[in-house]
Design a protein around this ligand. Sequence first.
Ligand code: SF4
Length: 90
Amino acid sequence: MDTMDDTLEFDLLTVPILDERPWAVFAACKEEMSLTFFPQNRQEERTALTICSTCPVVDECLDHAIETNERFGVWGGTTERERRKLARRI
Ligand code: SF4
């Protein structure tokens, strides 16, 4: 019974995300705790950036973050500060 509940919860959480970001199925971070990508210090930030450096969909992720003005967290191999700098150049 627990397995069915787990499956239902997984589907409810992932289907809307995959509709919006189909490339996320290839994300290097899909098995990571999402908190890793909302770092509280430089060490956590480096951990997230290291995972991004191996990600096959880093460009799609960065495009999404810029298009949707993601203000918080590490997206597409960039920190919040780096994305603010990029946004000023656009
Ligand atoms: S670039 Fe980083 S945050 Fe984006 S999907 Fe890949 S691992 Fe996750």
